[in-house]
Ligand binder design. Structure first.
Ligand SMILES: Cc1cc2nc3c(=O)[nH]c(=O)nc-3n(C[C@H](O)[C@H](O)[C@H](O)COP(=O)(O)OP(=O)(O)OC[C@H]3O[C@@H](n4cnc5c(N)ncnc54)[C@H](O)[C@@H]3O)c2cc1C
Length: 459
């Protein structure tokens, strides 16, 4: 016996629930399957809880700087981690409940809880029940990678998921991995009051960014007292009484760090190994990412893969955009493609880094003629008024077409202001549109025309 649906959706991440709602509204019978928490990574262990924690850390940081703003705090600013966690649980819990309730409230939608596994290209088994559909959508996301470092199984370690249960202040948090996830946790825990050491095997933090961005972020973190060990590969982990010894292969600094807690933030692994993809004939790459075409269909007609598991993006907005592409193409005869989107994301340290388009390194590699300008946040009046002058704005444009090629805004409001440039890029309009626009004073965005008036040949 099997139950038949028009569509089966596996996973309630950032694409699945919206796709379900859109299909159900179009009159299709949909089954959506979730094995763990509704809302997936972003809602439960990713964006929402971490940005809620970042907000607590920011508040503590500003309170400590009270004297600079003209107010006094009686005594030390101490963070109550139980209350910080409770606030995070409340915010994330609200989103988690909202995803579940909205799915359960949908007409034409059947919510199934359990682990889904393909039995064939048209059937999925959950809790010994067979579900069948001609269209199946995979939105299974990913999990923190655990590298095979000697001793990793003996040393107790944390990941972004188990960090969500932490309701105490680690005395010394060692973070392996100096990229986006690691840096956000590093700064927030330093601001909560922990000693923090970041171990990065590459020569610099956030190695995908340009060197000036990496360097500025490093300086911001070091100013707050975070220890950074770059060019240091973690080669062993060992439990020593109540501490964890992290052995390093490095040319500089001691070859061992002793911390009280260890966070592994060394990348993500797609949740595709236990999905029975071979039963359906769905192909993956060597790292387990499901191979998809430009409209997100797998090599098996009738099966699509959306979100982190397809390796075409690692953000909530890329997963949500995947949903829009698939829904518009299937329901509204759209022709949307993954390759139409422009790379954009933020690093939510304080100040944040907003990024869009190409890095300088990518522009250089492309060989195109470009113009570029850079402006320090210390000369942006809004940043000065707020007492948040770290970072810079930099923008590159194509010399011939005048279109914006890429930008990095590391500074207060950078995660928001970047959208001014991003939307002009989507419009394929020349940068002069921004340069001649009248912006609100005093804002960070009002300086974009000024920055663009300083364009010079790309160095
Ligand atoms: C610490 C951290 C911070 C982040 N911060 C940001 C940020 O600020 N901004 C941003 O854009 N992105 C951020 N991300 C990334 C973002 O969380 C993900 O890109 C986003 O959640 C998209 O995920 P998804 O839709 O692919 O699936 P997910 O959200 O991972 O959901 C997949 C769901 O599928 C379920 N599932 C898996 N296998 C099965 C199965 N076999 N059967 C049934 N159910 C299954 C899982 O339980 C899960 O609920 C962050 C990630 C982390 C780890």
């Amino acid at each position: 016996m099997s139950r038949h649906f028009d569509a089966i959706i596996i996973g309630t991440g950032q694409a699945g629930p919206s796709l379900t709602a859109r299909f159900a509204a179009a009159g299709m019978a949909v089954a959506i399957i979730e094995r763990h928490k509704f809302g997936g990574t972003c809602v439960n262990t990713g964006c929402i809880p971490t940005k809620t924690l970042v907000a607590s850390a920011y508040a503590a940081h500003v309170a400590r700087r009270g004297a600079e703003y003209g107010f006094a705090v009686n005594g030390d600013v101490r963070v109550d981690m139980k209350r910080v966690k409770a606030r995070k649980d409340e915010v994330a819990g609200r989103s988690n409940r909202s995803v579940e309730e909205s799915l359960r409230g949908l007409r034409n939608c059947t919510v199934v809880q359990g682990h889904a596994r393909f039995q064939s290209s048209r059937t999925v088994v959950v809790n010994d029940e067979v579900l069948q559909a001609d269209k199946i959508f995979i939105n299974v996301g990913g999990r923190a990678s655990v590298p095979p470092i000697p001793g990793v199984n003996e040393a107790s370690f944390l990941t972004n998921s188990s960090m969500m249960d932490v309701d105490f202040l680690p005395e010394h948090l060692v973070i392996i991995g100096g990229s986006y996830v690691g840096l956000e946790f590093a700064q927030m825990y330093r601001r909560f009051g922990s000693e923090v050491t970041i171990v990065e095997m590459g020569p610099r933090l956030i190695g995908r960014e340009d060197e000036d961005v990496s360097q500025a972020v490093r300086e911001i973190l070091e100013t707050e007292g975070i220890q950074i060990r770059s060019n240091a590969k973690c080669i062993s982990l060992a439990k020593r009484d109540s501490r964890i010894a992290v052995g390093l292969n490095c040319d500089e600094g001691p070859p061992e760090i002793s911390g009280t807690h260890l966070l592994l933030a060394v990348g993500r692994t797609p949740n595709t190994n236990d999905l029975g993809l071979d039963q359906a004939g769905v192909a993956t790459d060597q790292r387990g990412y499901i191979l998809v075409d430009d409209q997100l269909q797998t090599n098996v007609p009738g099966i699509w893969a959306l979100g982190d598991c397809n390796g075409r993006g690692a953000f909530t907005h890329t997963s949500y955009n995947d949903y829009e592409i698939v829904a518009d193409n299937l329901l509204d005869a759209g022709q949307r493609r993954v390759s139409d989107r422009i790379q954009t994301y933020a690093l939510f340290t304080d100040p944040p880094l907003g990024r869009c388009g190409m890095t300088d390194a990518e522009i250089r590699k492309s060989g195109r003629a470009a113009l570029a300008a850079k402006h320090p946040m210390s000369r942006v009046s809004r940043a000065v008024e707020k007492g948040e002058t770290q970072g810079f704005i930099k923008i590159s444009v194509d010399k011939e077409t005048k279109q914006i090629l890429g930008a990095a805004i590391l500074g207060t409001g950078g995660d928001e202001v970047i959208h001014v440039l991003l939307d002009v890029m989507y419009a394929k309009a020349p940068y002069t549109v921004v340069q001649r626009a009248m912006h609100i004073h005093p804002t960070v965005a009002e300086f974009l025309p000024t920055v663009l008036s300083k364009l010079e040949p790309f160095a």
